[in-house]
Structures are given as C-alpha cells and as structure tokens.
Design a protein around this ligand. Structure first.
Ligand SMILES: [Zn+2]
Length: 126
C-alpha cells in the first residue's frame, strides 16, 4: 500500500483506504479519502473543521501499464462558520488533485492536453 500512496495525485492530502484490481476489465480502483482536518471557505477564506456531510466522486487518473485507474474519492462538505459569509455550506477543494466538477485528475487532463497539442502540431507540420 505504501508504494501506491506515493503514486496518488496528492499524497499529503489524500489517504489510500483500499484498492481493488479487476483483471478482466484491466481496471484498478483506489478508494481514497481527503484528510485535511481544516479547510478554508472558498468565498471568505475562513478556516473550518465543521463537517456537514460526505460524498464520493469518481475520477479517472493516469493509467498504470495496461490498467486504467479510477479514484473513488471520498470528499466532504463543510459549514462556513463565518456568520457574515453568504456561503453556509461548501465542498472542500482539492486543487492539487482535480477541478471542482471534473471527472479526471489534473495530471490526466494535463497529459491528454499535451498529447492533443502534439497531434495538432504534427498535423500542421505534415
Ligand atoms: Zn465563508
């Protein structure tokens, strides 16, 4: 498990809970939790640790050999404790891992963009 932990997109803010390998589908699913004890409200920047609820996101990550990787990411919603703030509940941001509504990790998105750009340059030169 420790090797896998080092391969996570953000090993300081994510904890590997479990992993499942499906040889038939050539998929690896990593169950991962966000572990920051305190997060900041995205509107007023007030730190808080008051958890409202938890939910799961599914993100595609960089493949490993022939296996596709899916992160089953357990994230939390928090209460903003600043009574002056308009946002009462917010989802924790994992800015080193993914964009708020994305279905893939940042590093997979960056890799796909680089491949697409390289293909465009080959077509333009050809
Ligand atoms: Zn706030």
């Amino acid at each position: 498990m420790s090797v896998l932990t080092h391969l996570l997109p953000d090993s300081t803010n994510l904890k590997l809970e479990n992993c499942f390998l499906d040889e038939i589908k050539t998929q690896i699913k990593l169950i991962v939790s966000a572990i920051s004890r305190v997060v900041n409200c995205p509107v007023c920047n007030q730190p808080t640790h008051k958890i409202h609820s938890r939910y799961e996101r599914f993100l595609a990550d960089l493949p490993w050999a022939d296996y596709s990787i899916t992160l089953q990411l357990r994230v939390r919603k928090f209460f903003c404790i600043n009574t002056e703030c308009k946002r009462r509940i917010f989802t924790e941001r994992l800015t080193n891992v993914t964009a708020p509504w994305a279905r893939r990790t940042l590093r997979l998105a960056q890799r796909l963009s680089a491949i697409a750009l390289a293909n465009v340059m080959v077509v333009q030169q050809g």
